[in-house]
Each structure stands twice: as C-alpha cells, then as structure tokens.
Design a binder for this molecule. Structure first.
Ligand code: AMP
Length: 355
C-alpha cells in the first residue's frame, strides 16, 4: 500500500486506554484519529478528533465511520469480525480480520498455535455440565475453566481444585462454551510484543517478565529472569510463524508461561498490549507508534531499550487515588487514563520507572 500521508485520518474501533495511547502516537506523527465505540465516551475521547458512537455489530454505522478515514484498526479484540468485513472492502483494515477471529476464540488460538509448533496447556472443550465432568477426568485437577470467548483480565474464568468445585465453576462462567485447561507449572510469565510492517519486516521489543494478580497484569519488568531470556528465541520463532501465517500488519502480543520444559503458549492478542506500555518511555519507538507506522505503510521504528532496568506497574482500582503522591515522584512516568470512576479491578493508569 502507498504510505498514507500525514494529515490523514485513522479510524480506531474501540475507545479505551489502548485507543487513547494509539491516538497520542498518531498525533505525534501528524495524523488525526476517529474513534468508533458503543459507549458515549471513553479514555480515547480526550485525545482524538472525533468520537462516533455505534454498536460493534452495526455495519451501516461502521460504514459511515469508514467514509471519513484512510485506514482502520482496532484496539479491542472482542468484536465479531462479520460486520467488519464490508469495511475491509471499502478501506484497508489492519491487522487482518483472521487474526481477530482467531485471537478472540480460545479453542481457535490454541489449535492455531499448536499447528504452528507451539506448546499449549492441556485442554478440553466443555459445552455442558456433563462435558465438564468428562474434561475433569481427561485433564485432571487442579484446572481452570475458561470461557471460549469474551474473557479478559481474569474474567470468564473459574478455578477448579476438587470435583466439589465443578458446579460453582460452571455457574460462575455463565454455563457457556468453555475449555478446561490443565494448570501449567511455570516459574515466570512473559509476553512477546511483535510488530510487522506491510513489507513483511518483523521486529520485537525486549521481553518483559509479567506478574499477574487476580488474573490482571500487575507489573512488567525488564530484564526478565534468566529462564525467560533462555526461552525467548524459541518463543520468537513461533511468533514469526504466526505473523507470517496471518500476513500480519501492526502489533500483536503473545503471552507465554516459562515452564521447566520450555515456553508454553497461553494467549494471543491481535493488538497492542498492557505488557508493552513500558515501550512508551523505555524503547526508541513505542508499541503504539510502531502499530500506527505499520498500518499507515511506514517503516517500523527501532525498538532498542532506553535504560537497563524498566518496570511498568499498573494502577488498578483505587491505586490511582493518590495521584498527587505518584506525580510527585520525579523518576516515575505517570499515565492516567481519564477514567472517572475507580472500580475494583479497573485499570486506571500505569507508572513506568526506568533506571
Ligand atoms: P488468561 O486470561 O488465560 O491469560 O489467564 C490470566 C492469568 O491466570 C494468567 O496470566 C496466569 O497467571 C493464570 N493462568 C491462566 N491459565 C493458567 C494455566 N493453565 N496454568 C496456570 N496459570 C494460569
């Protein structure tokens, strides 16, 4: 595609903090962003040129949104790709919708990763209470029951320690299509943030070690533990195969467990990711800028580190209430997402420290 010139408008589907940080990166390069989202407003509204309210399934409204933009992307993967297909006929949509389709379905993403040589946790499909019984027999306990779709930040998951927990777990996830996943014994979790441009160049950032609390990312730290660093080459080889298979354009993320037997693929997000927020100050080019560059047809920027130790810490729920104290730390890069209400588990901002 001929590079889209500065002054043009980018359409972003989804208006959360990822849309906000994408809009900021686009503005720095001289582009405007229009946001399409079902809510009346959101974190991306403060920093983008226009907000169009509409359902993710409303093709008519989506086509209206598409009319005024040069290229379309998304910051949220839980959208049905079907209503987006007509958009792809009118305007370029990156990343490819196949990546969206696979990334939002735990069965599809695990099968896809396995087909390309990745290792996953043992899993079994569960479509009924009886199938849960059979899955427990096949996979063993403890295990985690996860909805096939619409899971994020630990939502749509229930742990099963003994058979007595099965009923409660099935109810807790809403009795919908799920998988039962065996527990992986891991030392650390890590993620790869990957960018691919329209000419097929792939680049990676350094690999952070991620710590989750209650299923939500708490910190991403660089350098990662030795075991993670040893596993990065094989994880990257899988990521390259995934990028090529999708003919991917933009940034995507793969989360892994570093087990004693090597990296275990956990999940794929066809978008910029919370574990890459440190790249804003910690790398020559951020994940947001490289995503914007890739979808516009520009070359990727360098991804070198700008420090030897980096920590990104999420501000969750009421963590951001003491914003003045946080802002008073001269060594901390404070990001607040402009969310008005602090609810438990809600990501309100993050802090990056570089030394
Ligand atoms: P997920 O939404 O699948 O990324 O799960 C959220 C978090 O739960 C992960 O980052 C892990 O900390 C934990 N977790 C999920 N699946 C497993 C598993 N199979 N074994 C051990 N821990 C897991």
């Amino acid at each position: 595609m001929t590079p889209v010139p500065p002054g043009s408008t980018i359409g972003i589907i989804g208006g959360g903090q990822l849309g906000r940080m994408l809009s900021l990166a686009a503005a720095q390069l001289g582009y405007r962003c229009h946001i399409y989202a079902p809510e009346a407003s959101g974190p991306a509204a403060d920093v983008s040129a226009k907000w169009i309210q509409g359902d993710y399934g409303d093709t008519e409204r989506l086509l209206e949104f598409a009319r005024d933009v040069s290229v379309i992307t998304f910051e949220f993967e839980n959208i049905d790709p079907t209503p987006l297909r007509p958009l792809a006929e009118s305007k370029p949509v990156f990343p490819p919708l196949l990546a969206l389709e696979i990334g939002q379905d735990r069965i599809a993403e695990k099968s896809f990763a396995a087909e390309l040589g990745g290792r996953t946790a043992p899993w079994a499909a569960v479509n009924s209470r009886d199938e849960l019984e059979a899955a427990i027999a096949a996979i063993g306990l403890p295990a985690i029951l996860k909805t096939v779709r619409f899971g994020y930040d630990g939502k749509g998951q229930a742990r099963i320690k003994t058979v007595a927990d099965a009923d409660a777990a099935w109810t807790a996830i809403g009795e919908c299509p799920a998988i039962l996943e065996g527990m992986v014994h891991f030392d650390h979790e890590f993620s790869l943030i990957v960018a691919r441009d329209q000419k097929g160049s792939v680049s990676f950032w350094d690999t952070p070690e991620n710590v989750h609390k209650d299923g939500i990312l708490a910190t991403s730290t660089i350098p990662a533990a030795d075991i993670v660093r040893q596993q990065v080459p094989s994880a990257r080889a899988l990521a390259r195969r995934i990028a090529e298979r999708f003919d991917y354009v933009g940034v995507f993320t793969i989360e892994f467990f570093a087990s004693a037997d090597g990296p275990v693929f956990n999940e794929l997000a066809p978008r910029v990711h919370n574990s890459g927020h440190w790249t804003i100050e910690g790398a020559t080019t951020s994940q947001f800028e490289n995503h914007i560059r890739a979808i516009l047809g520009l070359p990727l920027g360098a991804t070198h580190l700008r420090g030897s130790m980096i920590e990104m810490r999420n501000l969750i729920g009421h963590d951001a209430d003491n914003w003045l104290a946080l802002a008073s730390d001269p060594g901390a890069h404070l990001h607040l997402y402009g969310k008005h209400e602090a609810r438990p588990g809600r990501k309100m901002g993050h802090i990056t420290r570089i030394t």
